[in-house]
Design a protein around this ligand. Structure first.
Ligand code: GDP
Ligand code: MN
Length: 402
């Protein structure tokens, strides 16, 4: 329970775009960049490709489902194959599998390892302590919360001062207190330091190796990889953004990530664009109050400029479920005339014909309304209040044929 409170294992992949788990093979690529030993392998999207990969890798391979969720082994998503034939057969079974709501579209085929021992290592944030937390356990391959509950003596933790960083003595202390086998200690010490470097360099929320294995050949190797990205840091990690895009399937979410806008998909039919999280949340409530159902919401943020509004509208209008668009702007730093110009540009560029209800309030609201009135696009309705705008949008949503 204490661990859960520390946030070590309750990190979830949300559709809210704030953080996202990479696939195992992507995590391993990042680990490899910091020198952490990982088995070599290849991604395959078809059984035939898995067979070809197994042929190239040679010997026994393991075929692993690539989904953003753990417990793949228990679900049957990880299988050893001693021949390319077998690898193809396993891939055929695993591809398309539903692992707790995650459909498998790719498998990772890697050289099989001979495991002597399974350990656990991770770095995450302890928000309570306001410090990174490094955890190491001699009991790997199982859920770390279970280890904490049943074998706490096998779990060692260290809080790191972010200014002085994670030092070799921290790693040695952890290795000693976690009860890591003598032959594996040097390898684990090194990997812990590399793991901490990866954690800081990639601005991640979590890096986890479970299991970290000690092999028959005496090596210490990351057999699994979980990397949770903080989306707020993507602007300085274009390569992570690319990885993340390959994980995101929803076309609107992908577009929003590419454009750098905050977007959340819901299941109604009124598309919502507001500026600032609070206003957007209130808009959702008011739409519900008016008897409607939001299709999604998009926060254009404070100080939105015309081109940001265009980008936001592009994302919203690409969602086929949106029947009506409700734009709710309270101008503080954001200027309503900028929003109006963005709206008109977007309409020109995208040729959208669906009804759009606009409420502009605050800085330069008169200029904004005037800009819209001058051009008077036939599908744009301006309303004076948030409630009347929501009511109008809901009426229009009900009247527009699907
Ligand atoms: P998870 O179940 O999603 O956490 O997937 P993991 O990658 O952690 O794999 C689950 C388990 O499969 C590991 O704990 C290992 O016991 C087993 N496993 C995975 N790869 C290999 C391998 O190369 N050789 C052997 N012998 N077992 C493996
Ligand atoms: Mn695992």
């Amino acid at each position: 329970m204490a661990l859960r409170a520390r946030g070590a294992h309750c990190l979830v992949t949300t559709s809210q775009g704030r953080r996202l788990d990479l696939f195992e093979y992507q995590g391993k690529q990042l680990f490899a960049r910091h020198g952490i030993p990982v088995p070599s392998g290849e991604v395959a999207e078809t059984p035939e490709a898995a067979r070809a990969a197994a042929e190239r890798i040679g010997g026994t391979v393991v075929v692993k489902a690539q989904v953003q969720i753990g417990g793949r082994g228990k679900a049957g998503g990880i299988q050893l194959a001693s021949t390319p034939d077998e690898a193809e057969l396993h891939a055929r079974n695993i591809l398309g599998m539903d692992i707790r709501g995650h459909i498998v579209h790719q498998v990772w085929v890697e050289a099989a390892s001979e495991i002597v021992k399974e350990y656990y290592a991770s770095v995450t944030f302890d928000r309570g302590e306001k410090k990174p937390l490094v955890m190491l356990s001699a009991a790997g391959g199982m859920d770390i919360e279970e280890v904490a509950a049943t074998q706490p003596e096998k779990l060692a933790t260290v809080h790191v001062d972010p200014l002085t960083g994670f030092q070799a003595h921290h790693a040695r202390w952890l290795v000693y207190h976690a009860g890591i086998d003598a032959g594996a200690q040097a390898g684990v010490v090194k990997i812990l330091q590399q793991l901490y470097q990866a954690f800081t360099e990639f601005d991640t929320m979590l890096v986890e190796i479970n299991p970290l294995i000690w092999t028959a050949t005496g090596d210490v190797v990351a057999l699994d990889a979980k990397v949770t990205i903080d989306n707020n840091s993507l602007y300085r990690h274009p390569d992570l953004l690319e990885m993340q895009l390959s994980v995101t399937e929803d076309p609107q979410e992908r577009l929003a990530q590419e454009k750098g806008v905050t977007y959340v998909k819901l299941d109604g039919d009124v598309g919502i664009l507001g500026n600032g999280a609070g206003l957007v949340m209130s808009t959702l409530d008011v739409v519900a109050l008016a008897g409607g159902r939001p299709a999604n919401f998009l926060d254009a943020g404070g100080g939105s400029k015309a081109d940001e509004v265009v980008a936001a509208l592009e994302v919203l209008l690409s969602d086929p479920k949106v029947k009506v668009l409700l734009i709710n702007i309270f101008g503080g730093i954001t200027r309503c005339d900028e929003v109006a110009n963005g709206l008109l540009t977007a309409l020109d560029n995208l040729g959208a014909t669906l009804p759009i209800v606009v409420r502009l309030d605050g800085t330069n609201e008169d200029e904004g309304r005037k800009i819209i009135a001058e051009q008077a696009p036939p599908n744009v309705v301006v309303e004076a209040t948030m409630l009347s705008a929501a009511q109008r949008a809901v009426e229009l949503a009900k009247g527009v044929p699907a």
